[in-house]
Each structure stands twice: as C-alpha cells, then as structure tokens.
Design a protein around this ligand. Structure first.
Ligand code: 5GP
Ligand code: MN
Length: 339
C-alpha cells in the first residue's frame, strides 16, 4: 500500500461512511480479531461499520468485544445483503480470493463499491481497489495495527481494539512460536498489552476452554495418527462417525494437526476430516522449513494458504483421499528430505 493509497484512504475516511468488514469463511482468531479490531477503530470516527461473517464460528472466539454486533451471513442473509448493497466501502480481511467468503462470494463480487483488502496469504486475487498484502507479516491483526499506524492513529488504539488485535496475533503466530513472529510482532504485542489487552486472560479464553468431548476427540485423533517415516510426514484422519461419537462442534479439531507436526523428525503434517454434510473431506496442511504446503494444497487439493499452513478439500471419500495423498508423496520425496 503506497503513501498515496494511504492518503486517499485517509481522505475517504474523513467523512462518515457505511462500511462492511468481512472475514473469511470459518473465521479463526486472526480473521475475527482483525475484523473486530478494525470495526472498533472505524466506529471511533463515527463511521457506520459492521462486521459480516460468512458463517458461524466456535465459542472460544465468541468473547471478543463487539462479538454481539457481528452479523452472520448464513443466518441473516437478507440483512447482510442489505448492508453490503448499501455500503460505501467493503474491507476484506485475512483472505485474498472472494471464494474464501463462502456464500457471500456473489454479493461481494457484484458489489461495485470501493474494496480494501488487508491480508497476509500468498497469491492475492485482483479484486480490491486498495490492497495491503504482505505474506511476511505474522497476522492480519499485525497488519491492521500497521494500517492504523500509517493513518497516524495509534493513539486511538484503546482496550477493545487492543484485545481484538492481540488475539489474532496470538493465534496466528501459534502463541509467538512460528518464524513469522518477529521482534516487531512482539513490540506491537507489548504495545497492545500496554493499551489494556490482558495476555493471560486472552490466552485462557482461547486455549483453556476445552470441553471434555473435545479432549476425547483429540484422544481419538492421536490414536489415528500415522507416520510415513520415509517422507518425514505424519497424518491424522477423523471420520464423521468419530466426530459424531464425541459430539463434534465447530472448532473442536482446531490445532489437532499440530500434534502430528510436533513429532520428532516430521516436517509435513496433515489432518483429513470427513464432512458428510458437505460431502467433502476438509484438509489442513502444516509444515516446517521450506516445504510449501500452500503449493501442495493448490496443486492437489483445491486449496492454498501460507508456506507452512494451508487448507484444502477433497471430493473423494476419506479412504480414497488418504490413498490419493499417499500416492502423491513420492513426487515430493526430495523436498521432504531436504526441508
Ligand atoms: P486451516 O488448515 O487452519 O483451515 O487453514 C490454514 C491456513 O490456510 C489459513 O491461513 C487459511 O486461511 C488457509 N486456508 C484454509 N483453507 C483454504 C482454502 O481452501 N483455500 C485457500 N486459499 N486457503 C485456505
Ligand atoms: Mn491470518
């Protein structure tokens, strides 16, 4: 985003606007934290800003300030369409291709209003009027902080904004452990703590609110863990029956794939989760080092994401999806042995 883009946006925001802020489908901590952080910031300027999320999300993300004002497209379509059609500006946060907005893709694509993308995923599509895209930054929340900073407004960052932005930085950096978490990330986190984000409470709200069912499902997932030593790869499967047995709720499998990646010597970890409702297998890919799961997911499983974290899907059944995956691996033998 150039200085002239910033100056245009500053001019644009100098009078009250109707603004819709959109996270990606199945929003995570970064998607919700960034949209809600921006929401609190814009409403300080008397804009009429609202977050419209494509679909519902897990309870461990429902405590953030502003959560009650989020409009869920899936359940309030007419209201949401009205907001989008009346908007002067649409911000799309934490995604860079409109099809990541689920059922909102059409109404977003046909809207001719000004669009601003803030995102850190690879290979952005070209739909936004102004694009702040940087794959090197830890999280969209860190980028929203930078955006507010470039607009000269860090003094406006209050407790609510700080809590939301800290949350997304925390979740997208894997609690500050991924390489994308830089000294700048830590300085921004420190600033957000100074503005009132309680790091301990936030961590607790996200990570220490497990249900017994979820822990049992994790046990099942770990029992299903398989290692392909030759490829430094480990994978987990969860069938719909296994999910049902443990009363699966949205978000329950979040982070499971990291257990596979935590095995010594493993550089590529995958979880395959059966979703009979949508007739697909949802796949999460994680890696360490140079092995690009973004490229792997794009090439074989209709997905994408980052170098070390990506998602995708398969329309085959669970067994055949895993077989397809295993068949593909030899092509990557060299890369996996040098990652
Ligand atoms: P997760 O595995 O947690 O669903 O996603 C990991 C990362 O990949 C996230 O940054 C997410 O936004 C991205 N991602 C997940 N699924 C897809 C997909 O189907 N397409 C693309 N382009 N990115 C995805
Ligand atoms: Mn993100």
């Amino acid at each position: 985003m150039t200085n002239s883009d910033i100056s245009n946006i500053k001019t644009l925001l100098s009078t009250p606007k109707k603004i819709v802020i959109v996270p990606h489908k199945n929003p995570d901590g970064d998607a919700l934290g960034s949209t809600l952080g921006l929401y609190h910031y814009l409403n300080k300027y008397n804009h009429d800003a609202v977050v419209v999320a494509p679909n519902d999300y897990p309870n461990f993300l429902k405590w953030m300030p502003g959560n009650n004002a989020v409009v869920i497209y899936e359940s309030e379509k007419d209201k949401a369409d009205g907001l989008i059609n009346a908007a002067d500006i649409i911000f799309t946060l934490d995604f860079n291709a409109l099809n990541r907005a689920g059922d909102m893709v059409e109404v977003l694509a046909q809207s001719e209003c000004l669009k601003i993308m803030i995102d850190h995923h690879q290979q952005p599509d070209d739909y936004a009027t102004y694009m702040y895209s940087d794959v090197a930054i830890s999280s969209t929340c860190e980028m929203v902080y930078n955006f507010i900073d470039r607009l000269g407004d860090t003094a406006l960052i209050d407790k609510n904004i700080a809590i939301c932005l800290y949350t997304g930085i925390l979740t997208d950096t894997g609690s500050f452990r991924f390489p994308s978490s830089t000294s700048t990330t830590h300085r921004i986190a420190a600033f957000l703590i100074d503005q009132g984000a309680n790091h301990s409470e936030i961590h607790n709200s996200i990570f220490d609110t497990n249900s017994y069912d979820r822990m049992q499902l994790l046990g099942r997932a770990l029992s299903n863990l398989k290692v392909l030593k030759e490829y430094h790869t480990a994978y987990i499967t969860l069938s719909q029956a296994e999910l049902n047995k443990h009363n699966y709720k949205k978000g329950d499998t979040e982070g499971f794939v990291n257990y596979a990646l935590s095995l010594e010597g493993i550089v590529f970890a995958v979880i395959f989760i059966e979703d009979q409702g949508n007739n697909i297998i949802k796949i999460s890919f994680r890696s360490k080092g140079d092995f690009s799961v973004n490229e792997f997911a794009r090439a074989h499983f209709n997905g994408g994401g980052h170098t070390n974290a990506a998602g995708g899907r398969s329309e085959l059944d669970l067994k055949n999806t895993v077989e397809k995956f295993i068949t593909i691996l030899p092509q990557y033998s060299k890369a996996l042995n040098h990652a």
